[in-house]
Design a protein around this ligand. Structure first.
Ligand code: CP
Ligand code: NVA
Length: 334
C-alpha cells in the first residue's frame, strides 16, 4: 500500500481516503500486537507533542500520553483553563508559539474551526481529539473494534446509532461508515439528526463505497439486522445543562436495553464511546435520577455490562489507534 501521511493533520475523516483509513487501522492492529508482545516502539524518540484540552477527558488524554511515551516522545498536557489560550492569547498566536516548540499538537475543544485554525498556523501535524462537530480518533478505535469482532471487511454490515445522532460521535460514525461501505442508520428524534449538508456529503461518498445510509425515528426499523448498536450520552460536553429535560423526553425511547438488543442481529455487539450514564454512580447521573427518576439513561446497565458489550475493548483501542495516527503523521516519509 503506497500511503504516506507524514506531515498531515488529522482533523476529520472527510479529509481521508478509505485506503488511508485502512492504512491507519492496519498500523493500529500492528502496534497493538507489538504492545501485547512487549516490543519497544520508540520510533519517534526526540520528538515532543502538546495536548491542548479545552474540555475534560480520560480516554483521549491518556491515549495520547501513553501512546506518545510508547513512541518515545516527550508529552506536555495543557488542561482546560491552565494556559494563556482563550483569556489572554488567541488560538492563532498559540498555534504560532506551539508550532515552534512541538512536533505535533492534539486539540480537544469547541468548534471544528478551532482545530482547523490551529493546523493552519502551527505548521505541524494537528490531531482532533474531539470538537463539537467531529470525533475522528474515536472512529478508528470503533472500526478497529468492529474488525476484531467481525473480520477486516465490514462492508454490508449495519451499524445503528441510537439517540443523539447529530452529535460529534453520530456525525463521525456516519462519515466513516460512508467511507468504508458500512451501512449506517441514525435512529433517533428527527430534530437530533445530523445536519442535512453533512448527510448530503455522506450520501455522495456512499455512492462510491456502496454504503446505505438510513434515518429513522422507528426503533424496530433501526435495530433490525444491525451488527452494531451504538449510543452516546444525550447531552454532550459544552451543551447547556437545561437541555436535559428536553433530551430525556425525546431520547428515552432510544435507550439501548435488552429488548432493543434482541431486535438486532443475533451476533450484534454493543458499542459506546464512553463515558456513559448506565447507572447512578456518577454525579450527573445521580442528579438526573433525583430530578427525573431515571436510573439508567442512554443504555441499561444490563446491556452495558452484558456479554454483547465491547465498550472496554473499544476504550483500549483508542490508545492503539491514536498511536497509529501520531506515528503515521510524525514519521519521516518512506
Ligand atoms: N471517548 C472519549 O473521547 O472519552 P474521553 O472523553 O474520556 O476522552
Ligand atoms: N458526545 C460526547 C462524546 C464524548 C466522548 C461529548 O461530546 O461529550
Amino acid at each position: 500500500m503506497s500511503v504516506n501521511l507524514s506531515g498531515r493533520s488529522f482533523l476529520k475523516l472527510l479529509d481521508f481516503t478509505p485506503e488511508e483509513i485502512y492504512y491507519l487501522l492496519s498500523l493500529a492492529h500492528d502496534l497493538k500486537k507489538k504492545k501485547k508482545a512487549g516490543e519497544s516502539t520508540c520510533y519517534l524518540e526526540g520528538k515532543n507533542i502538546a495536548l491542548i484540552f479545552e474540555k475534560t477527558s480520560t480516554r483521549t488524554r491518556c491515549s495520547f500520553e501513553v501512546g506518545g511515551h510508547d513512541l518515545g516522545m516527550g508529552v506536555t498536557y495543557l488542561a482546560p483553563g491552565t494556559s494563556q489560550l482563550g483569556d489572554k492569547e488567541s488560538l492563532k498566536d498559540t498555534a504560532l508559539v506551539l508550532g515552534r516548540m512541538f512536533d505535533g499538537i492534539e486539540y480537544r475543544g469547541f468548534g471544528q474551526n478551532r482545530v482547523e485554525t490551529l493546523a493552519k498556523y502551527s505548521g505541524v501535524p494537528v490531531w482532533n481529539g474531539l470538537t463539537t462537530e467531529f470525533h475522528p480518533t474515536q472512529m478508528l478505535a470503533d472500526v478497529m473494534t468492529m474488525q476484531e469482532n467481525f473480520g477486516e471487511d465490514l462492508s454490508g454490515r449495519k451499524l445503528t446509532f441510537m439517540g443523539d445522532a447529530g452529535n460529534n460521535v453520530g456525525n463521525s460514525l456516519m462519515v466513516v461508515c460512508a467511507k468504508l461501505g458500512i451501512d449506517f442508520c441514525a435512529c433517533g428524534p428527527k430534530e437530533s439528526m445530523p445536519k442535512p449538508e453533512l448527510i448530503k456529503t455522506c450520501q455522495e461518498i456512499a455512492k462510491q463505497s456502496g454504503a446505505h445510509l438510513t434515518f429513522t425515528e422507528d426503533v424496530d426499523e433501526g435495530a433490525k439486522d444491525a451488527s452494531v448498536l451504538y449510543t452516546d450520552i444525550w447531552v454532550s460536553m459544552g451543551e447547556p445543562e437545561e437541555l436535559w429535560a428536553k433530551r430525556i423526553k425525546t431520547m428515552k425511547p432510544y435507550q439501548v436495553n435488552k429488548q432493543v438488543m434482541e431486535k438486532a442481529a443475533p451476533d450484534a455487539i454493543f458499542m459506546h464511546c464512553l463515558p456513559s450514564f448506565h447507572d447512578r454512580n456518577t454525579t450527573i447521573s445521580e442528579q438526573v435520577y433525583e430530578k427525573y427518576g431515571l436510573p439508567e439513561l442512554e443504555v441499561s446497565n444490563e446491556v452495558f455490562e452484558g456479554p454483547q458489550s465491547k465498550v472496554f475493548d473499544e476504550a483500549e483501542n483508542r490508545m492503539h489507534t491514536i498511536k497509529a495516527v501520531m506515528y503515521a503523521t510524525l514519521k519521516d516519509p518512506d
